[in-house]
Design a protein around this ligand. Structure first.
Ligand code: MSP
Length: 518
């Protein structure tokens, strides 16, 4: 069984999780579930990034020790996962001993090999970004961009990792592996970035300035730079599990591709003699009115509010249906409601209702066997086969939004099929031919429904399960077999009804307009 190891970025725990964090978990989960369905042995890791200046500062603001602070916030991130139906196998916290030990080991190994050296640094430093700045980072007018916060000039001794000497190696590696980063245009951006010379990477922070970090094993006066610490989580989490490393994919947001994931991480691994991941998937941002949703801009949406109101699957469906992986997308409640109502409540919800209702009314609740198939049945079946054959490669290429669109088209066509067949009319007829057609129609709609929800089950796992339950269907272990049109439901007893996507409560009535003066 091929092994497939997939990770998300680990979130900073300096504030509550928002929609952007939730999206990354959902996207990674959709890929993980899809690969499991395809027969891979998946290992799925997510977690939290608990060290560094941002976290230290947030704890200070709350007036509590950093450990207590990260314990609280990490619990919140962790609790979100089951609420979003995330099927992760592991959850890592960078304050755990298993992680700290591996970071120490990697640092010591690199130090012993001469890949890390000490030097005096004089220059500008952004506390907010925990980053040393260069003149090229300035605005054209010489000031420092907002994102850096307070910038101060410092002189201090630090430890540096020899990044620069691996620049040619990395350029070469990317040329030889043109599909290392998805989408492809992001890999081009990395190659552009590598046209300028790299600097060695400062991987230490003096303890007087930052205490909240992993001590350097070879100098207790320093802690490890948060990115050097955080990236190693992907490896530290599986170091004890033979055969899992290297990762198949790291799923991350576009903001942390260059330089951390596309430059530091491959070079760190290469210098440590470890194999590289197969690829990196860089997704875009959820925006609100064009601006990145984030804690600091105060426009972050709490994913739990939407999950509480609409359910995890509707939330997952929207995120995956709306976002083309790699691009940005604007989040609006209006658009959420449009998809919820037209695609989930109407298209899917109606098919479920009709199937259960008509099978109950016209076949005493047991799915009949299909008789001779006519043109209408055959063309729905042909559409199914086309849909399935397109959806699998779309999912393999992370085009989940288009895959869902295809599944929706199939559902629309199935509803059309029912309109054309009008089983409610056939049910009134005593003619043997009409009765045979009725049985075929009921069998066809039940089978089409079973197939459609199997096709989207990596996006809507609990909805698919609920529908399978009311259809009296126990899904088999092999997904591809589930996708074969084959009267699998013949003779099963279905439930009478299922409430799936209830209409949301209408917004509170507006206050009546003030009366115009006569
Ligand atoms: N701690 C680092 C990552 C270390 S990985 C070794 C970090 N944390 S973060 O909390 O700021 O971001 C975590 C992930 O959420 C990143 O991949 C980031 O791109 C993603 N998102 C944060 N805001 C986002 C949106 N508005 N939209 C989509 N995802 C975005 O960076």
């Amino acid at each position: 069984m091929p092994s497939f190891y997939i990770t998300t970025a680990i979130d900073y725990v300096n504030g509550s999780p928002h929609l952007g964090h939730a999206y990354e978990k959902v996207l990674t989960d959709v890929i993980a579930r899809f690969r499991r369905q395809m027969g891979d042995k998946v290992h799925f890791l997510t977690g939290v990034d608990e060290h560094g200046q941002k976290v230290q500062a947030s704890a200070k603001k709350r007036g509590i020790p950093p450990q207590q602070f990260v314990d609280e916030v990490s619990a919140e991130f962790r609790a979100l996962l089951p609420k979003l139906n995330i099927s992760n196998d592991d959850f890592i916290r960078t304050t755990e001993p298993r992680h700290k030990k591996v970071v120490g080991d990697v640092l010591q190994q690199l130090f012993d090999k001469g890949e890390i050296y000490q030097a005096e640094y004089k220059g500008f430093y952004s506390t907010r970004q925990e980053q040393f700045l260069q003149d090229k980072d300035r605005n054209p007018d010489g000031t420092w961009p907002e994102i850096f916060g307070d910038v101060s000039e410092i002189t201090e001794k630090n430890y540096f990792f020899k990044l620069k000497q691996y620049q040619d190696w990395l350029v070469n590696f990317l040329t030889k592996n043109p599909d290392f980063i998805f989408p492809a245009f992001r890999q081009k951006q990395v190659s552009e970035f590598l046209k300028d010379p790299l600097n060695d990477l400062c991987i230490s922070r003096p303890k007087e300035r930052l205490e909240w970090g992993i001590p350097l094993p070879f100098d207790e006066g320093y802690v490890t730079y948060v990115w050097f610490d955080a990236l190693i989580n992907y490896y530290s989490a599986v170091v004890d599990q033979p055969g899992v490393w290297p990762a198949t994919f790291h799923v991350i947001g576009k903001d942390i591709l260059v330089p951390p994931h596309a430059v530091y991480w491959p070079i760190m691994l290469h210098a440590a003699g470890l194999p590289l991941p197969k690829g990196i998937i860089a997704h875009g941002w959820w925006l609100q009115r064009g601006a990145k949703m984030s804690k600091s801009t105060g426009n972050a949406l709490n994913p739990l509010d939407l999950v509480t109101e609409f359910g995890a699957d509707a939330f997952r469906y929207f995120l995956i249906r709306e976002m083309n992986v790699g691009q940005d997308s604007d989040f609006t409640r209006e658009q959420f409601l449009v998809r919820y109502n037209s695609e989930l409540a109407n298209n899917l919800g109606n098919l479920v209702n009709r199937t259960l209702n008509m099978t109950t009314r016209f076949a005493a609740g047991a799915v009949p066997a299909a008789g001779t198939l006519e043109e209408l049945d055959l063309s729905l079946r042909a559409l199914w086969e086309k849909t399935r054959d397109e959806v699998i490669p779309l999912c393999e290429g992370f085009q989940f939004h288009t895959a869902l669109e295809r599944a929706m088209i199939f559902l629309t066509e199935t509803n059309q099929y029912i309109e054309k067949r009008a089983p409610w009319k056939l049910g009134k007829s005593t003619d043997a031919k009409d009765q045979a057609l009725l049985r075929t129609s009921l069998a066809t709609m039940a089978e089409a429904l079973r197939l459609a929800v199997a096709l989207i089950q990596h996006v809507t796992p609990s909805t698919t399960e609920k529908i399978n339950n009311v259809l009296g269907h126990k899904a088999g272990a092999v997904w591809r077999d589930e996708l074969v049109w084959g009267g699998k439901l013949t003779g099963v007893k279905v439930a009478e009804s299922l409430v799936l996507f209830p209409r949301p409560a209408p917004p509170a009535a507006e206050a009546p307009a003030p009366k115009k003066k006569a």
